[in-house]
Design a protein around this ligand. Structure first.
Ligand SMILES: NC(=O)c1ccc[n+]([C@@H]2O[C@H](COP(=O)([O-])OP(=O)(O)OC[C@H]3O[C@@H](n4cnc5c(N)ncnc54)[C@H](O)[C@@H]3O)[C@@H](O)[C@H]2O)c1
Length: 275
C-alpha cells in the first residue's frame, strides 16, 4: 500500500537536490506524482536538475542549509507554492576532510554547520507546521554508515553523521509522542554510492547508484522502517551488522575505542567477522 505521504499531489522538499541521492529522489518523487521543491546551494546545479526533470510540479530554491533563516524561507516558499509539505528529505551534505580532531577549527565548524546543523535547521523550520497540518508528514535525514561504525579517516564527517543519527533517533521518539504515525522521522543510511561526493568520473564497481538508495528509502518508509539501511556492491547487510555489533561491543566489553582498527584486537575482530 502506498504511504499516505507519497500519494500523487502531495509535496516533497529535498535539500542537496541538485546532485546525487537528492536528485535521484527528486526524479522518483516526480515520477510518483508529487510536487517537488528542490533546494541546493548550487544555482547552476538546480537549473540543470530542473531541466532534466522536465515537470511543471517543481520549484527550485537556492539555499545554504547552514543558515537557519534560509530553511525558514524555503519552508514558506514550499507552502506558498503547494500548501502543506508531506515529505522533507534533509540530505545536503559535504565530504570535505578538515583534518584531525585538533586541527582546522574553522573547517570543522563549516562541516558540522552543513552536515549536522543543516539537518537540525531543516527540522526546526518544517516540523512545527507539519505537526499543525492535517495531512501526513515524513522527515528523512541522510546519515551515513560512517556515523555508526566511525572508520578512521575523516573524523569531522563521522562526527557530523553520528550527530545526525542521534538527532534523528530522538526526533522519531518525540514525534511518536505527539503525532503517532502521522508525522514520522527516518534515518537514511547510504553505503558507498556513486554521486558528486564520490569524486570519480565513472561509477566504481563497488558503488550503488542514487536510484538504488532511493529504492531503499521509498520501500523502507512504506514499511514503516526507521533505519533505511543501504548496502552496496561490496558490502553485504550481514557484514554491516557484524561491524555495527563489534562497535557496540567496544563499550560493553571495555575494549579500546575503535578496537576494530587496533592491532591488539585485529585477530579477534577477524574471528568475529568469520563466526
Ligand atoms: N555518496 C555516498 O557514498 C554517500 C554515503 C553516505 C552518505 N552520503 C550522504 O548523502 C547525502 C547526499 O550526498 P551525495 O552523495 O548525493 O553527494 P552530492 O555531492 O552528489 O550531492 C550533495 C548536494 O548537496 C549540496 N550541498 C552541499 N552543501 C550544501 C549547503 N550548505 N546547502 C545546500 N546544499 C548543499 C551540493 O551542492 C550537492 O548538490 C550527503 O548528506 C552525504 O553525506 C553519501
Amino acid at each position: 500500500m502506498t504511504h499516505p505521504a507519497f500519494i500523487p499531489g502531495r509535496t516533497a522538499v529535498i535539500t542537496g537536490a541538485a546532485s546525487g541521492i537528492g536528485l535521484a529522489a527528486a526524479r522518483r518523487f516526480v515520477a510518483m506524482g508529487l510536487n517537488v521543491v528542490l533546494a541546493d546551494r548550487s544555482a547552476d546545479g538546480l537549473r540543470a536538475a530542473a531541466a532534466s526533470l522536465g515537470s511543471n510540479a517543481i520549484r527550485t530554491e537556492v539555499i545554504d542549509v547552514a543558515q537557519p533563516e534560509e530553511l525558514v524561507r524555503l519552508q514558506a516558499a514550499a507552502v506558498a507554492s503547494f500548501g502543506e509539505v508531506n515529505v522533507l528529505l534533509n540530505n545536503a551534505g559535504v565530504g570535505d576532510n578538515p583534518g584531525k580532531p585538533w586541527e582546522n577549527p574553522q573547517g570543522w565548524r563549516d562541516l558540522l554547520g552543513i552536515n549536522l546543523s543543516g539537518i537540525v535547521n531543516g527540522v526546526q523550520a518544517f516540523v512545527p507546521a507539519m505537526l499543525a497540518q492535517a495531512g501526513p508528514a515524513v522527515v528523512v535525514n541522510t546519515g551515513s554508515k560512517q556515523g555508526i561504525t566511525l572508520p578512521p579517516g575523516n573524523s569531522a564527517y563521522n562526527v557530523s553523521k553520528a550527530g545526525v543519527k542521534a538527532f534523528t533517533e530522538l526526533l522519531a521518539h518525540e514525534l511518536r509522542q505527539v503525532a503517532p504515525g502521522r508525522v514520522t522521522a527516518h534515518l537514511l543510511v547510504p553505503g558507498f554510492t556513486f554521486t558528486g561526493l564520490t569524486g570519480k568520473p565513472e561509477k566504481p564497481v563497488g558503488a550503488w547508484t542514487g536510484d538504488q538508495v532511493v529504492d531503499v528509502l521509498v520501500e523502507g518508509v512504506e514499511r514503516g522502517d526507521f533505519y533505511l539501511w543501504c548496502i552496496d556492491n561490496e558490502t553485504t547487510r550481514a557484514l554491516d551488522m557484524k561491524r555495527v555489533a563489534w562497535g557496540a561491543g567496544d563499550l560493553i566489553e571495555n575494549r579500546p575505542a575503535l578496537s576494530r582498527w587496533h592491532p591488539d584486537h585485529a585477530e579477534a575482530f577477524a574471528a568475529f567477522i568469520k563466526s
